[in-house]
Design a protein around this ligand. Structure first.
Ligand code: ADP
Length: 394
């Protein structure tokens, strides 16, 4: 969570604590007149109502540290057990707050029990609530922390990946200068500069694509996308590379296959799979692309007769910058981002991607996307035609 957001959340919690405290003190003042002095003052009913609305984990302690009110999440996070606050640090903090009346904030790391390796990260605020009570409000920041770690990793990876081609270009430029009297060497180095700069351009484009996809969980304005068109476009983009290696590209697509989404993104995803199929196959083999409707799903499969992927690597190949064979990926101009992009495109379309592969026997990647229903597709067609006719002048 960044500083501004933390400030807003902190401020919001402060307001809630203040409001709850005022309500509690007013109500308790009123009730004190009717309660015998020895009985512990009850928690004013308004407080429970306010706490029930909060998203935070909430716990209210009485003067003897017994829990008099808590949210269900306080139990599921293991902070409250059998009506007792079981976290020692929080209990101590509650006592300090009771002594001096000052609000305190603390970061906690909770172990979530057996079998889990990740701990829960929380911030907790402890505040006085009326005279005898103490309010603890806690927020789970584990997800935010994880997102931040992933972002930091990504930035580190990107800088590392960019350094290689940039460094390569600098060295090659030096070599060109040194070889200025040898035209053959100059053209050899210049050709390599071209390869490295093409790789750099592709890398930058894919980093930008992936960053955009990561920000947008869903598509803003999905349109009706004809899958045969997507398949044709994807195959077209890879045709030259396939011909250069005498790889036969075959494509079949069910005419009725359509989804709601983004044509360009889907064509990029399918092209990434076809491009990999070509790059990781031997000369003279066959790559097949097929799209069909299976119930409410559109399945797009890309199969090759290539080297295959070891079973132990199959779960990792969709990670950013993960390559089974870095040298081969480099030799084919790979960026290590192709499959991460496919995964994100499928996710933003409400679908997924999976792989079947056997070493030495080839691979099949399958994208599964929710199909546009025939009625929705027809409605969308009518709408588009209507709009196009409306725009015709005269
Ligand atoms: P790259 O740019 O390196 O191809 P990808 O994200 O597209 O990156 O793929 C990740 C890794 O998965 C590749 O480096 C390669 O090792 C493996 N891979 C992907 N597709 C195939 C395939 N069709 N056959 C064999 N290995 C593949």
């Amino acid at each position: 969570m960044d500083a501004t957001l933390a400030g807003i959340v902190g401020g919001g919690l402060g307001l809630v604590i203040g409001a709850v405290a005022v309500a509690a003190s007013r109500l308790s003042e009123r009730k004190l007149t009717t309660i015998p002095p020895s009985a512990p003052p009850p928690l004013p009913s308004g407080v429970s109502d306010v706490l029930a609305v909060l998203k935070s984990i909430a716990i209210v302690l009485d003067s003897s540290d017994a829990v008099v009110n808590n949210s269900a999440s306080a139990v599921s996070y293991g902070l409250v057990r059998h009506g007792e606050l079981v976290h020692t640090e929080l209990r101590q903090l509650a006592r300090q707050v009771r002594r001096d009346g000052e609000i305190r904030e603390v970061e906690l790391e909770l172990s979530r029990g057996f079998g889990t390796t990740t701990n829960t990260l929380m911030t907790a605020r402890v505040a006085p609530l009326g005279a005898p009570h103490i309010l603890i409000l806690a927020e789970d920041h584990t997800h935010a922390r994880r997102v931040e770690e992933v972002r930091r990793d990504f930035v580190a990876n990107v800088s590392h990946e960019l350094k290689t081609p940039v460094g390569g270009i600098a060295l090659l430029a030096e070599a060109v200068l040194d070889a200025r009297d040898d035209p053959e060497a100059v053209s050899r180095f210049a050709a390599r500069i071209q390869v490295e700069s093409t790789r750099l351009t592709r890398l930058v484009k894919e980093i930008v694509d992936l960053s955009r996809l990561q920000v947008a969980d869903t598509l803003h304005e999905p349109e009706l996308v004809q899958i045969p068109q997507v398949v044709a476009e994807a195959v077209d983009r890879v045709r030259v590379a396939a011909e250069a290696r005498q790889i036969t590209l075959e494509a079949v697509a069910d005419e009725r296959a359509s989804v709601f989404g983004d044509t360009e993104l889907l064509a990029t995803a399918v092209a990434n799979l076809v491009s990999n199929a070509v790059n990781y196959s031997e000369q003279g083999t066959r790559v097949a692309v097929a799209a069909r409707r299976v119930g409410d799903t559109i399945e797009i499969t890309v199969s090759d007769q290539g080297q295959g992927i070891p079973a132990t690597e199959q779960s990792r190949i969709f990670e950013r910058f993960y390559r089974v064979d870095a040298a081969r990926s480099r030799a084919t101009g790979g960026t290590g981002l192709g499959l991460a992009i496919v995964k994100h495109v499928c996710a933003t379309h409400g679908g997924d991607v999976s792989v079947w592969s056997e070493e030495g026997h080839g691979s099949t990647f399958t994208m599964r996307l929710p199909a546009a229903s025939d009625r929705a597709a027809a409605d969308s067609d009518r709408h588009t035609v209507g709009r196009a006719q409306g725009e015709t002048p005269g």
